[in-house]
Design a protein around this ligand. Structure first.
Ligand SMILES: *Cc1c(COP(=O)(O)O)cnc(C)c1O
Length: 332
């Protein structure tokens, strides 16, 4: 099964698909007892390239191919690049991605390169990259597959359908990280089409929180590289989504994000990337009531460097039974 089981609510045929969507919704017993809510995790890292971006990309690249596009392009903090590169490879069209130099997680870079995309490292940030690709597609016949492309939003709305179908009803609250704000826009559209209206609780990183501050942030900074965005393209849509749902967009610090990131891995057995943990950091910091779904947007393996700097170190050991015994049991 894939998100294409909702094909009748999507605007194109599945011309380019890797069986995306239909991701696990798992109970979070530890978070439930910490918060007093009934907490569930929507594990979007289980998508083909390891993030929710695949939901939008299968629809956007299918539409591009239908229209005869020979190339797709995007600006990206990493996951859009990995996803666009994979779907371009699958479609047999050229892929180009513009990423902020030195600011993208290792796994995402490896994916984009392996899938054969032209990877351009911009001496600038994501917001500048997006401005430049929007200008580039005015000059050249390339299909822009950022979430300013409405086909992306259409694909990503299926996350909301799935959660309602998996629970048998809508949750009371949806917690979600917010960067360029395409995804919160998508989930709200999905809930509305489903006839559901949970509160949307969006979370930005404190160093990259334009929607909380009410003004663009010139030099956004956060460990959560996927949401290091200072001027979200879907600003209006995101604000309409949260106010329409009687929710809010709030900020969480990097320390709160990393604490949630570690708790998810060590206590719930779910390894997500730092940006994804913003949804859980927000729930822990700001609370909620009732049945809560936290969207874990991307897989932890995307960003091995952050993991290795946070985790405890490995234990070297000689090849004798005594040494192994000591190492394993925690003795001298
Ligand atoms: C893209 C992304 C986000 C942010 O989604 P937006 O649609 O830009 O708000 C959050 N987490 C991860 C892992 C992402 O890749």
């Amino acid at each position: 099964m894939s998100l294409w089981r909702y094909a009748d609510r999507l605007p194109v045929e599945p011309l380019v698909t890797l069986d995306e969507g239909d991701t696990p919704l798992v109970r979070a017993p530890c978070l439930s007892s910490l918060t007093g809510c009934d907490v569930w995790l929507k594990v979007e890292g289980a998508n083909p390239t390891g993030s929710f971006k695949d939901r939008g990309m299968t629809v956007a690249v299918s539409a591009a191919v239908r229209e005869g596009a020979k190339a797709v392009i995007c600006a990206s903090t990493g996951n859009t690049a990995a996803s666009a590169a994979a779907y371009a490879a699958r479609a047999g069209v050229r892929g180009a991605v513009i990423v902020p130099e030195g600011k993208i997680a290792t796994g995402k870079l490896a994916q984009a390169l392996m899938h054969g995309a032209r990877v351009v490292a911009l001496r600038g940030n994501f917001d500048q990259a997006l401005t430049l690709v929007r200008e580039l597609v005015e000059r050249h016949p390339m299909s822009l597959v950022n979430s300013v492309n409405d086909f992306r939003i259409e694909g990503q709305k299926t996350g909301a359908f799935e959660v309602c179908d998996q629970l048998g009803e809508a949750p009371d609250v949806l917690c979600i990280p917010v960067g360029n704000a395409g995804n919160v826009t998508s989930w709200w559209r999905g809930f509305q089409e489903y006839g559901a209206a949970p509160e949307l609780h969006g979370y930005q990183a404190a160093g990259a929180a334009p929607l909380v501050q009410g003004a663009p942030v010139e030099s956004p900074e956060t460990v959560a590289s996927a949401i290091r965005i200072g001027n979200p393209a879907r600003w209006e849509d995101a604000m309409n989504a949260v106010t329409g749902s009687r929710g809010a967009i709030r900020a969480v610090t990097d320390a709160q994000i990393l604490a949630a990131y570690e708790l998810l891995a060590a206590r719930e057995g779910v390894f997500c990337e730092p940006a994804s943990a913003a949804s859980v950091a927000g729930l822990l910091a700001h609370g909620a009531e009732g049945r809560v779904v936290c969207v874990l947007t991307g897989h932890g393996l995307k960003d091995p460097q952050t993991a290795m700097t946070r985790a405890s170190s490995v234990i070297p050991c000689d090849a004798t039974i005594e040494a192994v015994e000591n190492a394993v049991m925690g003795g001298g």
